[in-house]
Design a protein around this ligand. Structure first.
Ligand code: ARG
Length: 463
């Protein structure tokens, strides 16, 4: 008979058991579920709802079940629906009817909320550590190629030359924001839902503060309906994950492009590439492609959960069971992606000569020429037009800006002096962008030092 079978005259249809069951995925919550029950029972004994003997028997039973699940000896079956029922059922089987007292002053609604809060908090810590590892690989690669110049793009057209390190550090910054979003999620997951009961609170004289302390929660849900219907912390986890994946996907796309023959800026290490079953010469960027591809499922999980929540009346509805696969798969995907991408970046080979060659002779210092005229007093809009005409002239003659003579420059504008030619080089162009956050070597050196400091401080604090 089911733990809730009292009012039923018939067994559930087997297909309903299968359809209703979440044990196939929520068994991953076993540690959190047992930790929550242990704290609950300890509190029930303290407030006198359970005797010390009852609490001791239940505690011993739960600890044995923990060992059984850990060792793989525990059997899961759809008949017992979910992880909460499995553990309670086994508890009663082991210690007798007193095991049924574990569920005093509790519902599966606040129980499952408790389990997922604990799970999210723990998993955020893992994700944060992996983000730090990934950022460290980016920063180390930037340091290793600190002086390398690469074309900077807008519209995937050469725009202005930049330092390769500057490009990598842009991702460091995105990941800083991702970290902050995960920290915010953790903050809001740090609320104890237990004690809400099914939805309205409980008739027993429970002590929620004690349970919160026992389980390491900073605060409590103040409204029992909110406590059992809130999934914001999961939405936030999925949203932070989706945006993190979008950032990683943008870098993945660049790596795919850069490793093509047309670019040739980088080469993936053999250990992070794959071959073709038919074309013997191929070396494929499957790893960045999968990073890019897996972004789709994480974005999908966010959309799925938001859609589940939209229009759900208060308080608990079984729809909420759909939160878990989205959460688990997103967390697994993000962690797997961060791990493999960190290794890939660390092993990345960078072809500095190819990058520099691509940045030369591409008109990408045209802005510097316009800036030169603007510094001599010409309104920038007019300077832009003068240089635009020079570009047109070069294109017609099959030349680059660097091929122009001083006479040709001066024919376009008398404001050009002999030092104008020097402004045209890729090196001068990069060096001139000294504004805060710009690509000039001194700015990038400062950004690198700052990033390295952040990472070192985090490692020092074990975060
Ligand atoms: N397996 C359920 C879930 O994940 C647990 C809560 C069930 N509560 C209920 N009233 N049926 O949401």
């Amino acid at each position: 008979m089911k733990l809730w079978g009292g009012r039923f005259r018939k067994e559930t249809a087997a297909e309903v058991d299968d359809f209703n069951a979440s044990i196939g995925f929520d068994q991953r919550l076993w540690e959190e579920d047992i930790a929550g029950s242990l704290a609950h029972v300890k509190m029930l004994a303290q407030v006198g709802v359970l005797t010390a003997e009852e609490a001791a028997a239940i505690t011993r039973g739960l600890e044995e079940i923990r060992a059984e699940i850990k060792s793989g000896a525990f059997t899961f079956s759809p008949e017992y629906e979910d992880i909460h029922m499995h553990i309670e059922h086994r508890l009663i089987e082991k210690i007798g009817p007193v095991g049924g007292k574990v569920h005093t002053a509790r519902s599966r609604n606040d129980q499952v909320a408790l389990d997922t809060h604990l799970w999210v908090k723990r998993r955020v810590d893992t994700v944060l550590a992996l983000i730090t590892d990934f950022q460290s690989a980016l920063v180390a690669k930037a340091r290793q190629h600190q002086a390398a110049v690469i074309p900077g793009y807008t519209h995937l057209q050469h725009a202005q030359p930049i330092l390769f390190a500057h490009h990598l550090l842009a991702y460091f910054e995105m990941l800083e924001r991702d970290r902050a979003r995960f920290l915010g999620c953790r903050e809001r997951a740090d609320l104890l839902p237990l004690g809400a009961g099914a939805l309205a609170g409980t008739t027993f004289p429970i002590d929620r503060e004690l349970v919160a302390r026992e389980l390491g929660f900073k605060a409590l849900y103040e409204n029992s309906l909110d406590a059992v219907s809130d999934r914001d912390y999961i939405v936030e986890f999925l949203a932070a994950s989706a945006l993190l994946m979008v950032h990683l996907s943008r870098l993945a796309e660049e790596l795919v492009l850069w490793s093509s023959r047309e670019f040739g800026f980088i080469e993936l290490d053999d250990a992070y590439s794959t071959g073709s079953s038919i074309m013997p010469q191929k070396k494929n960027p499957d790893v960045p492609e999968l990073v890019r591809g897996k972004t789709g499922r994480v974005v999908g999980h966010l959309t799925a959960l938001l859609t589940v929540l939209k229009g759900l009346p208060l308080a608990y509805n079984k729809d909420l069971q759909e939160d878990k696969e989205a959460l688990f798969d997103s967390a697994d995907t993000v962690c797997a992606v961060l791990r493999v991408f960190t290794g890939l970046i660390a092993a990345l080979k960078v072809n500095e000569e190819r990058m520099l060659a691509a940045a030369r002779g591409d008109f990408s210092t045209a802005t510097d020429l316009a800036d030169y005229l603007a510094r001599r007093g010409l309104p920038f809009r007019e300077a832009h037009a003068v240089v635009g005409r020079l570009v047109q002239q070069c294109l017609a003659a099959g030349k680059t800006l660097e091929d122009l003579t001083l006479e040709e420059l001066q024919a376009a504008s008398p404001l050009f002096g002999p030092d104008a030619m020097a402004a045209l080089t890729v090196e001068a162009s990069v060096a001139a962008r000294t504004s805060r956050g710009g690509t000039a070597p001194a700015q990038v050196a400062a950004a690198l030092a700052r990033a390295e400091e952040f990472l070192a401080a985090r490692r020092r604090d074990g975060k």
